[in-house]
Design a protein around this ligand. Structure first.
Ligand code: CMC
Length: 393
């Protein structure tokens, strides 16, 4: 570029120091606050992982109980927000989620108090306490927004949250109105743990950009939801399962993979990653979970069989090998959801239900040393053109 190098897509550009999560893209390793995700996936829960991400350390028993009880008390939504969801009941749930997060923030006094303090340059103990309080509200309320939308989209009465159920069990309960199957709860909880943070992908970067203007926490999260919606980012989990449904039969995998290697051909959804140049460690865990899930409940739509066949082709095709493209988290994550009865439009919203904690943790981290994001573009058009009145053009 005439003005200097352009970093297309900000590849490898560093925006800050962080101690929230770390990715080793060559080896395929992901840590949250220093803990390997395999360890957390095996031993922890979303409630504990969200605490870890937000507060930086694993909770003591007492801190954990208090945190969980605050989350459970904060689950329900304002009537205004429920109306917003009702009005968007026929829209894709990601639109409803964007709007409902903004609506919830519009009427939250804590949100306005914090935004005002930040505007006045105050971000001390009192304001941080407020920020954490809002963060917890967001973590608590996101599943409710998604579940209420599901109910209203199907002309069903909403099911109010239950304080005696865990984050994941309550989410499934609010969606389907009955006590969920323990393996389904484990599947959702695993999904929520594995999506809780991932350094600074497009949605988290968007959250930083909005938060850096000192807009407000809810608006930053609403913007992050908007970025997550895209098929190149969080929307890939929906697209992957939709493509398996369209493909219908594992014997077609070879042709589908071949088509994706042609110039201008459709990209394979759930394959490739900006940072991982190895098998995505989250995808490995989901591959295993999906395998166990279909072993127990069957694979009537061949989703697992098709995904396995595509994976086999991808791993053995020179196009994908040369470019170091492997299945990513979205490749496997939707299969069990689909068989649990979660419609595919709700896969990306559930990603947001999890990632909200990463978004807010990053915003709070950035506010410790805030500076507005304001990059430059290199102008390559003409200058000083003569204005011509409309009749003379
Ligand atoms: N299918 C076919 N070719 C691909 C794919 C794919 N899924 N992904 C990348 N490529 C090719 C791409 O065409 C390019 O080829 P060439 O060098 O010949 O031009 C090369 O690989 C490098 O790709 P890129 O587009 O420069 O990579 P990027 O870092 O800009 O994009 C990505 C990363 C994840 C957006 C991309 O791999 C992609 O579109 N994948 C499919 C969508 C997807 O699964 N997204 C979820 C990402 S992980 C979870 C999340 O973030 O939400």
């Amino acid at each position: 570029s005439p003005c200097g190098p352009i970093i297309h897509g900000l590849e490898d550009v560093l925006i800050k120091n962080t101690s929230i999560s770390d990715i080793d893209g060559d080896k395929g390793i992901l840590w949250y606050r220093g803990y390997r995700i395999e360890d957390l996936a095996q031993h922890s829960t979303y409630e504990e992982v969200s605490y870890l991400i937000l507060y930086g350390k694993l909770p003591t028993k007492k801190d954990f109980e208090d945190y969980v009880s605050r989350l459970r008390k904060n689950r329900d939504l304002r009537p205004e927000t429920i109306e917003v969801i009702r009005n968007l009941a026929k829209a894709h749930p990601m639109f409803a989620l964007e709007a409902a997060v903004a609506a919830e923030g519009a009427y939250d006094e804590d949100n306005h108090k914090l935004a005002e303090a930040l505007r006045l340059g105050r971000y001390k103990a009192e304001e941080k306490e407020l920020a954490y309080k809002i963060a917890e509200k967001l973590v608590a309320k996101m599943p409710t927004i998604v579940a209420y939308h599901y109910r209203l989209s199907r002309n069903l009465d909403i099911v109010k949250p239950r304080e005696d159920l865990s984050h994941s069990a309550n989410f499934l309960y609010m969606m389907f109105g009955k006590e969920p199957d323990p393996l389904a709860v484990r599947g959702i909880d695993l999904y929520l743990m594995l999506h809780a943070d991932h350094e600074v992908p497009a949605s988290t970067f968007t959250a930083h950009v909005v938060a850096s203007t000192l807009s407000d926490l809810y608006s930053a999260v609403a913007a992050a939801v908007a970025a997550l919606k895209g098929p190149l980012h969080g929307g890939a989990n929906e697209m992957a399962v939709r493509s398996y449904l369209e493909i219908g039969d594992p014997s077609k995998a070879r042709d589908v993979v071949e088509a994706a290697t042609k110039p201008g051909g459709p990209k394979l959804m759930g394959v490739g990653h900006r940072v991982y140049k190895a098998y995505d460690p989250r995808a490995k865990i989901f591959r295993e979970f999906s395998k166990n899930y279909v072993a127990k409940f069957g694979d009537p739509k061949n989703l697992y069989a098709i995904a396995s066949a595509i994976e086999h082709e991808v791993l053995n095709h020179p196009y994908f090998q040369q470019r170091r493209l492997y299945p990513n988290v979205d490749f496997w994550s939707g299969i069990a959801f689909y068989y649990m009865g979660v419609p595919y439009e709700y896969f990306t919203p559930i990603f947001a239900v999890s990632r909200v904690v990463g978004w807010v943790a990053h915003i709070l981290e950035y506010w410790e040393n805030n500076r507005i994001f304001r990059p430059r573009a290199c102008y390559v058009g003409p200058h000083d053109l003569q204005y011509v009145p409309i009749e003379q053009r």
